[in-house]
Design a protein. Structure first.
Length: 94
């Protein structure tokens, strides 16, 4: 049974207001209208991972430097994560 406001069977309904859309929660999401460029994404992530460099072995006496290194590495990994999340947000919209 259909009501006057419901679409006929088989017709798609437009998204209702207030219903989340994939990637809409990301800041600046509406500006990502172009599809993700896999080569650019790979280059961006590779550059960030290269910035991590090898992990140096440290003694317990160097805890302050170790903490700073962990914080720096966490920031770099978070940036790489953001690159991938932004790419996935553009793929969701296609």
């Amino acid at each position: 049974m259909s009501t006057a406001s419901s679409p006929p069977n088989g017709a798609s309904q437009p998204p209702r207001p207030g219903i989340p859309v994939p990637g809409a929660h990301l800041p600046g999401a509406p500006a990502h209208q172009e599809p993700a460029d896999p080569n650019r994404i790979k280059a961006d992530v590779d550059a960030l991972l290269t910035e991590l460099g090898p992990r140096a072995a440290v003694s317990p006496a160097e805890n302050t430097e170790t903490g700073a290194d962990i914080t720096r590495r966490a920031r770099i990994l978070e940036q790489a994560h953001d690159v991938l999340v932004d790419a996935l947000a553009t793929v969701d919209k296609i």
